[in-house]
Write a new protein. Structure first.
Length: 174
């Protein structure tokens, strides 16, 4: 179940992004990653995500060469969340356009502390994908949430939105 949920997180990213799962972007080297002074996972912990989702979560941070910020449920049947970010000098809409995000699926969202936020919800027979973007100053952060059936649509949307609010509050000053 967890592997299927993680597959859904990857598919959620592809769903709203311009790159297909087979396309590769320029990847930073291990030295470049080590020089990064901040990441959303620095302040976002499994304990915080567990409080938001009301279920125990495990954090997967990957390696220096393949970093990730993913939260999966301890027990089968829960939602999985993947967090990412991009420094961008411009509006959220301009950032989304530059990433090739499918803006027709994105709707404005109300997220405390954000300069701008967008949310997309896509329900399928197999589950729900919720992708949100939040901008604070020159930082755009995203959360991809996936939950296989059965799921509570309102809970997954609310949890994703709350994760965006936490990211906005914890964002470094621009």
């Amino acid at each position: 179940m967890r592997a299927a949920a993680l597959t859904g997180v990857v598919l959620a990213s592809a769903l709203l992004g311009g790159c297909s799962p087979g396309e590769e972007a320029d990847e930073p080297t291990g030295d470049e990653l080590a020089a990064v002074a901040w990441s959303p996972c620095d302040d976002l912990t499994a304990a915080k995500v567990s409080r938001i989702t009301r279920e125990p979560m495990v954090e997967q941070t990957g390696t220096i060469d393949e970093p990730r910020c993913t939260f999966t449920p301890v027990t089968e049947g829960g939602a999985a969340y993947d967090v990412n970010y991009l420094w961008f000098d411009g509006t959220l809409d301009a950032a989304l356009d530059s990433m090739g995000a499918a803006s027709s699926r994105l709707r404005p969202a109300s997220v405390a502390g954000a300069d701008a936020a967008r949310l997309a919800v896509r329900e399928r027979a197999s589950g729900i994908l919720v992708t949100g973007f939040v901008q604070t100053d020159g930082l755009v952060q995203s959360v991809n949430g996936v939950h296989l059936v059965p799921y509570d649509r309102e809970a997954v949307v609310a949890d994703t939105t709350e994760l965006l609010a936490v990211l906005a509050r914890q964002a470094p000053p621009g």
